[in-house]
Ligand binder design. Structure first.
Ligand SMILES: NC(=O)c1ccc[n+]([C@@H]2O[C@H](COP(=O)([O-])OP(=O)(O)OC[C@H]3O[C@@H](n4cnc5c(N)ncnc54)[C@H](OP(=O)(O)O)[C@@H]3O)[C@@H](O)[C@H]2O)c1
Length: 393
């Protein structure tokens, strides 16, 4: 059924451009939870046994945490939490910032590369000035990430929760572009920029006296090849990491992690696998020692966000209705923001090392990661190579 549904639109969208990045529907499916994914999710919810998948355990949980101020924190005496959200100027990041700010229990640091855009965005969703601060962060520059950390430390605020949310996606790019430090842009921004940021901020989180400290790295179904959406080519695959090892510079080494030819859609998916592996490696290395909850999530297909800004206009026109009416995987920005806000602050989502997803009734459950996205050995290698690339080792 899902395959049939997916097959309807590709032919309608068969607009071929020159070159290998012709804009077909192959990439668009990657962002949709399919009908069969929903069915699978429902099945998982009613299965009481636990699955062992590498280091990550998928377990059905019966939590239906509707995000309301009343469920954010139980204690009235709790001080206001401080949460840093990267990429809070649009889409999921903005919706999450709004949901948390609205409770009055969080001060949101909107870590954004475009100060004015962020200010306008905060105003447009009605966030009150006392509930947020905008601080400049360009994740495509290690200097900027370091400067952000310096500025944050100087602000004197505690760091209770860090949300690594920002991302770029270049599905139609024919040639790679690069960060200020010379790394392929998608992996450089989505993974390496966040890797450096979260490593540099870990000590601040350790020092926080907040009862539930969390580091959240937004993942995606598209990096998980155990789903239908994750199986639409080009599939995520980090291979033996030879491109990452070589520095992803596109000169003497490949710009792709696996050492292959550049493919913008795959580079994004690979970066999401790195995000999910990094979350698990953080968990293994630091959860016991620090008590910090490390988590990732797939918020659902938010087909209207700026993530698809570089896709062809017809795709952007048809993708939302396709997700809404055919796959039924569509999630509004508001709903997705509420989901991420749950992972930030809901008392029932404190388990560490978990990749959260939501079923069609919007109930959260611990989802399974693909074999590659839960490979502990790969996670360690990605971590070790990444810390060299960002200058921490
Ligand atoms: N949309 C979906 O269906 C979907 C599904 C699964 C997962 N996700 C994940 O959700 C997260 C948010 O995506 P979205 O859909 O909300 O897209 P979005 O609206 O495009 O938001 C991305 C944000 O990242 C920021 N950003 C990009 N490059 C940056 C850089 N170099 N430095 C700092 N910030 C940068 C953007 O800033 P500007 O406003 O300045 O461009 C924007 O605020 C991503 O991690 C994405 O992988 C999305």
């Amino acid at each position: 059924m899902a395959l049939q549904a997916a097959a309807i639109l590709p032919s309608a969208l068969a607009i071929h451009k020159e070159g290998k990045n012709s804009a077909s529907f192959k990439d668009s499916n990657l962002f949709g939870i399919s009908i069969s994914d929903h069915v699978k999710a429902d099945k998982r919810e009613f299965i009481s046994r636990k699955f062992s998948i590498g280091a990550i355990r998928a377990e059905a949980v019966a939590t239906y945490p509707v995000f309301t101020p009343a469920t954010v924190q139980g204690k009235k005496t709790l001080r206001k939490g401080t949460v840093v959200i990267t990429g809070a100027s649009s889409g999921l990041g903005l919706a999450t910032a709004k949901a948390l700010a609205e409770t009055g229990k969080w001060h949101v640091i909107m870590a954004c590369r475009d100060f004015l855009k962020a200010e306008r965005a905060a105003k447009s969703v009605g966030m009150s000035k006392e509930n947020y601060t905008i601080m400049h962060l360009d994740l495509a520059s290690f200097d900027s990430a370091r400067q952000f950390v310096e500025n944050f430390k100087q602000s004197g605020r505690p760091l209770d929760v860090l949300v690594c949310n920002a991302a770029v996606y270049q599905p139609t790019a024919r040639e790679p572009s690069f960060t200020a430090d010379g790394f392929e842009l998608s992996v450089g921004t989505n993974h390496l920029g966040h890797f450096l940021l979260s490593r540099l901020l870990l000590d601040d989180m350790k020092q926080s006296d907040y009862p539930s400290k969390r580091l959240i790295i937004v993942g995606s179904i598209t990096g998980n090849t155990n789903t239908l959406a994750g199986n639409v080519p080009p599939k995520a695959n980090l291979g033996d990491l030879r491109g990452l090892q070589g520095g992803l510079n596109g000169l003497n080494t490949s710009s792709m992690i696996d050492g292959g030819d550049f493919d913008g859609a795959k580079a994004y998916k690979d970066s999401k696998v790195c995000n999910m592996l990094t979350m698990q490696e953080f968990h293994r290395r630091y959860h016991e020692e620090t008590g910090i909850t490390f988590a990732s999530l797939y918020p659902g297909c938010i087909a209207t966000t700026g993530l698809f800004r570089e896709h062809i206009p017809l795709f952007r026109l048809l993708f939302p209705p396709f997700q809404k009416f055919i796959t039924k995987g569509f999630v509004s920005e508001e709903e997705a923001g509420n989901r991420l806000a749950q992972v930030v602050s809901d008392p029932s989502l404190t388990k560490s090392g978990v990749y959260w997803s939501w079923n069609k009734d919007s109930a959260s459950f611990e989802n399974q990661l693909s074999q590659e996205a839960s490979n502990a050995d790969k996670a360690r290698k990605v971590w070790e190579i990444s810390e060299k690339l960002v200058g921490l080792a």
